[in-house]
Design a binder for this molecule. Structure first.
Ligand code: GLU
Length: 474
């Protein structure tokens, strides 16, 4: 076992507790339930990397939680909080997440215990490449085995080092590009992956807000426009979520970063806040906004929707009571402890769970993986064909009605689908359908009291059937 800290221990236990609570509502025997819950394989490595003049021993993990479908899938994070328990919990969440959004992968997760701010880009590259070769040595990476992706502290740059290292160690693998997702476009990435998780968060909350009776119960009106939103974490996920909410007419009243929070009831502009952050080094002292030097206070301000989009366990038993939001959208993995969950459910808050809400990232990763395996970009075959068809259709409309459509109208209709159109619509469809599926379980299964339990049930039902079909219990 690696060194574990108490917080991660309870994060892992929280995930297990949520699973157990949901398992009671499913029909599977205890053996199958135990197998769904178990972490299948755990790799812990320690390797030396030359940093400056000295050698540092780096601790890293990759956990494959479930092999019921292959490859395993999930991000790699760089953080000082990384330990075995944390990576196990996150890998388990990936298994359930993939099942909920019908992405045919088992769950996995990786972590390197480093503070990435302390290293140069060159040192980070050495660490990432060495980690990748450790994964290769142990058969913990490959297009059909285990496919990492970005997570907290990593992005397209790290993924490009991973694909390059894997490809050079597997020169005959024609599908090598599919060994990792979230890559830069030039290395086999897909349009739309960068904003995918944030956009998925937006689609998911928008769908939840579309049901009049659910909104009435919360004392809110349906729709996104005019809703007051607070976002915690302006990383890739939080920034894009904030941006899509703002574009849809929501009022971004609060933004929270690790070193402070700002609040303005008249609304903030996320790009202007980002620009301010770039010039001043933080979000505090943004013109017109109230400052909170303790970022935790930002979570407790008045709003309709609170979106924690950073790390786990930020809402816990000591601050849950003071949360004013009526809807919490879990963009991060595990932002609520199970005690906080109980308190917020009691308060009648609608908690939209991580295992559904942040699945946009892995959904678009699935599209990227498919693109890499098919060796063709989305839209290549049908774009021109669709445009020709629409052209003919407009000609028919014009000749039958005797009226001409304007050039602008023709141009709008004539656009065949490009890769970004297909990725965004595939993501929207996934998020909308999956929400409806979870909501149905929530409403119809006797005794289910919250969306998280419904989401876990949804996952267990699908994985349980997959295990039954595998026929591995003779
Ligand atoms: N790290 C993201 C997550 O936690 C994305 C994983 C992936 O794309 O495989 O869902």
């Amino acid at each position: 076992m690696g060194i574990t800290n108490t917080a991660n221990n309870s994060f892992f236990e929280s995930v297990q507790r949520n699973f157990d609570k949901a398992a009671q509502f499913t029909r599977f025997d205890q053996g199958i339930i135990a197998q769904i819950k178990a972490c299948n394989s755990i790799l812990r490595v320690k390797f030396p990397v030359k940093i400056g003049d000295s050698i540092e021993v780096i601790e890293a993990y990759r956990v494959q939680h479930s092999h019921h479908k292959l490859p395993c899938k999930g991000g790699i994070r760089f953080s000082m909080e990384v330990d075995q328990e944390e990576v196990m919990a996150l890998a388990a969440l990936m298994t359930y997440k993939c099942a909920i959004v019908n992405v045919p992968f088992g769950g996995g997760k990786g972590g390197i215990k480093i503070d990435s701010r302390k290293y140069t880009a060159f040192e980070l590259e050495k660490i990432t490449r060495r980690y990748t070769s450790e994964l290769c040595k142990k058969n913990f990476i490959g297009p059909g085995i285990d496919v990492p992706a970005p997570d907290y502290g990593t992005g397209a740059r790290e993924m490009s080092w991973i694909v390059d290292t894997y490809s050079s160690l597997n020169p005959t693998d024609i599908n090598a590009q599919a060994c990792v997702t979230g890559k830069p476009l030039s290395q086999g990435g897909v349009h739309g992956r960068t904003e995918a998780t944030g956009l998925g968060v937006f689609f998911g909350i928008r769908e939840a807000c579309a049901f009049q009776e659910d909104m009435e119960k919360l004392g809110l009106t349906p729709g996104i426009a005019g809703k007051r939103v607070i976002v915690q974490g302006l990383g890739n996920v939080g920034y894009h979520a904030a941006k899509y909410f703002q574009e849809a007419g929501a009022k971004l009243v609060g933004l929270i970063e690790y070193n402070g929070a700002i609040y303005d009831e008249n609304g903030l502009d996320v790009d202007q806040v980002q620009a301010h952050r770039q010039t001043t080094g933080g979000i505090l002292n943004y013109p017109g906004a109230i400052n909170f030097s303790d970022p935790a206070e930002g979570l407790e301000q008045a709003c309709d929707i609170l979106i924690p989009a950073a790390l786990e366990s930020v809402i816990h038993k000591d601050n849950a009571e003071r949360i004013q939001a009526r809807i919490i959208g879990e963009a991060a993995n595990g932002p609520l402890t199970s005690e906080a969950d109980t308190i917020l459910n009691r308060k009648g808050v609608l908690v939209i769970p991580d295992i559904y809400l942040n699945a946009g990232g892995v959904t678009v990763s699935y599209f990227e993986w498919l693109k890499n395996l098919s060796h063709v970009r989305y839209g290549r075959l049908e774009k021109r064909f669709s445009e020709n068809m629409y052209n003919e259709l407009i000609d028919i409309i014009e000749s039958t009605t005797g009226k001409r459509v304007s050039d602008l109208e023709r141009k709008m209709v004539l656009r065949g689908p490009s890769e970004i159109d297909l990725v965004h619509s595939g993501l929207e469809d996934t998020m909308v359908d999956s929400y409806r599926e979870i909501r149905e379980i929530y409403r119809n299964r006797e005794g289910v009291e919250d969306l998280r339990t419904a989401a876990f049930i949804c996952a267990i039902d699908k994985i349980g059937v997959a295990y039954e079909q595998l026929g591995i219990f003779p």
